[in-house]
Ligand binder design. Structure first.
Ligand SMILES: [Zn+2]
Length: 141
């Protein structure tokens, strides 16, 4: 879901690099991480303008306020994990190493099949992750 709104922050479009400043009308899709002044660029990136809904519009402006770094870097995603301090057995460590091999193979494969895809994009990550699953499935046969 996306919308046209008044940006509270300045930033630039990750696709066409067009800068926008606080107060500018931008097209914004939180889920797809798209923010651009140009409606065409927004749509080219797969953005969709959701018909106006009072509550939703409120939520979106609220979200932007609480996550101002949202558009500045696509690597800057808030993700938190709490990993307990446990000893890893040899068996699992072997599996881990295997998984890294699968990951490496999937990455190589994804780069080969999608040479024009931005390798740091979420989409590329999803493709790679899917390939890992498939490689593991194939290796079981
Ligand atoms: Zn753009």
């Amino acid at each position: 879901m996306g919308t046209k709104l008044t940006s509270k922050y300045s930033g630039k479009c990750k696709e066409c690099d067009t800068p926008y400043k606080s107060g500018d009308q931008i097209f914004y899709d939180k889920a797809k991480r798209i923010a651009c002044i140009s409606e065409m660029c927004f749509k080219d990136q797969g953005g969709e303008i959701t018909p106006f809904q009072r509550n939703r519009a409120y939520d979106i402006s609220n979200t932007i306020q609480s996550t101002p770094k949202q558009f500045t870097s696509k690597y800057d995603r808030p993700i938190q994990a709490s990993i307990p301090d446990v000893k890893i057995s040899i068996g699992i460590e072997t599996s881990s190493k295997k998984l890294l091999e699968f990951l490496k193979a999937a990455d190589t494969l994804a780069r080969k099949v999608y040479p024009d895809e931005d390798t740091s994009s979420q989409q590329f990550g999803q493709i790679r992750s899917k390939l890992v699953d498939q490689l593991i499935a194939l290796s079981k046969k």
